[in-house]
Structure formats: structure tokens, C-alpha cells
Write a protein of this length. Structure first.
Length: 403
């Protein structure tokens, strides 16, 4: 046994081999072309160019490298309609949310070849196979559980996405260059062990002490096998307006990785744009992590939830995502691990809220609002709440938005 910097006991680091977890649909997609001559031929074959926005860039990257396997391109109308209505592709395979390319451009018609660029860098070639007018009201109601634009996901499809959706194969040309490198599902699989459980932890904010306790204790959950590892896999694409920017979040994860040096934790970053779709998004995340080689997925309280921009009311129940994940786990072949409800106590440190209540322990609390005030004011942050390395990055990089 070895002991990490936090005084927690770990087993010695094991040799890592390619994860043998089957991808969703049975085959891991990778359409990325590496031969430069073939790349040039494909670019010359394009009829015209279009510039991707950040959300579209994330989708393209996941499509061409297999994060959305078995998809090798944007959904056609049959798949889109089936996913909206039944949470399944047209062939019956479960899928959480539509993956579509939106456009108002009249040149985008079936048969067209479109060179997709980001900041003038060729990213992929889209071969358009279909173009259709989506029922966005139905999409909102079915996928987000509401049709009000008070929901950020509904606001996105209503005001940001263009009039038409397009289906078609995506052939990758160049992986986007980011400040936070997002390695492919195949590359992550090559770093993961093949013979133990791999538990995925999804987050979109900096990791504080309670998060760390949550995902390390998940390794000891009764439905997780011996010597399991956790893949901390934060989304670093566009999230919500008041969230920490992706490049800052990345820096907090990197300093924390160095601080804890826990051999049972693997780290990778996901180019995914959050929809805040609650239960549906939990399914989407489970599919993606399955493609990255994970066997288990931690489902937190109110995962991917959101509040009304008008009255602050929650759109989903606290356990809606967990219940959905449990009900679909066998079909997905991914095991959900419900997160513990942890609190910090003066007597025993972090423990479950139930145990703290039963033992009459003294809880210590620090709200997010108070934490941000202390951060901006230069006050000392309790080490039971946050890691010193993370606090340092937040103070230097995002003092006005840290959460």
C-alpha cells in the first residue's frame, strides 16, 4: 500500500491496458483521416465551407472520434424523430438526445459536401444525406421535459439553433487544438485497465473536497469490483453563462491531479456541450462514457439539472436522473453508482448525512455564495471545503466567477 498526499491509502499503481468494455452499438467509430494526401483530396471535393460554433465543434469532435458511437455522422430525420419520441435510434438502440447539425444556409442540401471549419482550420467534411424541418416544440417537451425558454436547453434549440437540421456522414480531418487537450475514446481506453471496473465521474465545475470524497468513495460501492479505478472526465465545452470557463476549469483539474497523485484516478477531458437535460442527459453521458471504456457511472443528485431563469424552480426532481439511469442500466450495459449524500463534521470529517444525524455529529457548512464572497475578498478558505491548489487557480484566473 502507498499513501497519497492527503493521507488516504491507495494500492500501488497497476499496469494499465486497453479497456475491453464494448462500445455502444458494438463498434467504436473513428472517421479521422490521417493521410495528408487523402485529407487534401477530401477538402478539394467540398462544394463550400461553413464555420462551426463552439457547440457544433464539440459534436463534430465526438462524432469523428467515436464519443457518439455508433453514430458516424449527424442524425437523419428518422433517427432524430425516434430519439425525440422514444429515446432510441431508428434501429432500436437506446440514445439520450439528438445529435444534429443546424443551418439556415440554402446551399446545404442532400448531396452537398461541406467543409466544416473552426477559426479557419478545416475540421471535418460533412456529406449531407438529408435536410429536414424539426419539430422543436416536441423536441423541447420530450427531451427537456418542458417547452418554456426559461430552460437553458430549450432556449438553446429555440434561439441558437437554426431553422433546419441536417443529417449526414462526418469525416474527420483535424482534431481541434484546445488549451485543454481532449484525447479520443480510443486513447483513453488504451490508458485504462482491461480487467477491472472503471467508474466515470462527470462534472462541469472545479472539484472541491466533497466531490473528491464522493468519487473516491464510489470505488468502494457495493456494486463496484475490487481494484476499480475512477475516470474523472469533466466536460470542458460550453456550459452555462455563469460557469467557470473551460480553460480555467482545466487548470484547476491539472493542479489537483498533481496535488493528490492518486494512482486509482485517471483524468481526461470531454469536448461536450451541456444541455442541462436532466434524466435524458444522464443517459447521454452514460453512453459517451461507455464509449470511453467505462463500466460504471456516478449519478449525482439532480444531475444535469437546471432551474427556471424566471422563478428559480427546479425543472427536475432530485432523483429523476438516478431513477432514469437505474431503469435503463441493463439496456445500456452501464452500471449506475448513486452518489453519497456527504457532509463534513467536526468529529469525523466527511461522512454521510444519515450517519451524521444518527450519531449527532456537528456539521460544518459553507454555501457556494459565501465561498465566492470569501474568494473575491481574499479570505482564507477552509481546507475541509476546497483544495488550496484549486483555490489559488480560481483566485488568479477567475476571481469574479469562481463557484
Amino acid at each position: 500500500m502507498t499513501r497519497g498526499k492527503l493521507g488516504l491509502s491507495f494500492r500501488n499503481s497497476m499496469p494499465l491496458k486497453a479497456s475491453n468494455t464494448p462500445p455502444h452499438g458494438g463498434q467504436l467509430v473513428n472517421t479521422l483521416v490521417k493521410d495528408e494526401l487523402k485529407k487534401n483530396d477530401l477538402m478539394r471535393s467540398a462544394d463550400f465551407e461553413l464555420e462551426l460554433d463552439e457547440r457544433q465543434l464539440c459534436d463534430v469532435e465526438l462524432l469523428m472520434q467515436g464519443g457518439f458511437s455508433p453514430l458516424d455522422g449527424y442524425m437523419n430525420e428518422d433517427d432524430y424523430t425516434s430519439v425525440v419520441n422514444d429515446m432510441k435510434l431508428a434501429n432500436g438502440l437506446i440514445f439520450g438526445l439528438p445529435v444534429v447539425f443546424d443551418t439556415d444556409d440554402d446551399r446545404v442540401v442532400p448531396g452537398a459536401k461541406v467543409l466544416l471549419k473552426y477559426k479557419n482550420v478545416p475540421i471535418a467534411l460533412l456529406e449531407v444525406s438529408s435536410k429536414y424541418l424539426p419539430n422543436k416544440a416536441l423536441e423541447a417537451k420530450q427531451c427537456y421535459g418542458t417547452s418554456t425558454i426559461e430552460h437553458p436547453g430549450v432556449m438553446m434549440i429555440t434561439t441558437e439553433r437554426k431553422k433546419y437540421y441536417v443529417g449526414g456522414k462526418v469525416t474527420g480531418l483535424n482534431v481541434p487544438v484546445r488549451e485543454f487537450p481532449c484525447v479520443s475514446p480510443q486513447e483513453v481506453r488504451e490508458r485504462l485497465p482491461a480487467d477491472v471496473d472503471v467508474v466515470a465521474f462527470q462534472c462541469r465545475n472545479p472539484i472541491h473536497r466533497a466531490h473528491y470524497e464522493l468519487f473516491t468513495r464510489a470505488l468502494d460501492a457495493p456494486n463496484v469490483g475490487k481494484d476499480a479505478v475512477v475516470l474523472v472526465h469533466p466536460t470542458c465545452g460550453p456550459t452555462q453563462p455563469d460557469d467557470i470557463p473551460g480553460n480555467v476549469r482545466y487548470k484547476t483539474y491539472e493542479v489537483l491531479k498533481e496535488e493528490v497523485q492518486n494512482p486509482r484516478i485517471q483524468w481526461a477531458y470531454l469536448p461536450y456541450s451541456m444541455h442541462m437535460a436532466g434524466p435524458r442527459e444522464a443517459i447521454q453521458h452514460m453512453i459517451i462514457r461507455k464509449n470511453y471504456g467505462c463500466t460504471h457511472f456516478i449519478i449525482g443528485r439532480d444531475m444535469a439539472g437546471s432551474k427556471s431563469s424566471l422563478d428559480g424552480e427546479d425543472f427536475y426532481g432530485a432523483y429523476d436522473a438516478q431513477n432514469m439511469a437505474i431503469s435503463k442500466s441493463e439496456e445500456l450495459n452501464v452500471t449506475p453508482v448513486p452518489s453519497l449524500n456527504l457532509v463534513y463534521t467536526e468529529e469525523e470529517g466527511y461522512t454521510t448525512a444519515e450517519e451524521a444525524k444518527a450519531k449527532g455529529l456537528t456539521e460544518k457548512k459553507l454555501s457556494g455564495t459565501k465561498f465566492r464572497q470569501m474568494l473575491r475578498g481574499g479570505e482564507d478558505i477552509p481546507t475541509w471545503f476546497a483544495f488550496e491548489s484549486v483555490v489559488k487557480v480560481l483566485r488568479e484566473e477567475a476571481p469574479d466567477t469562481a463557484k
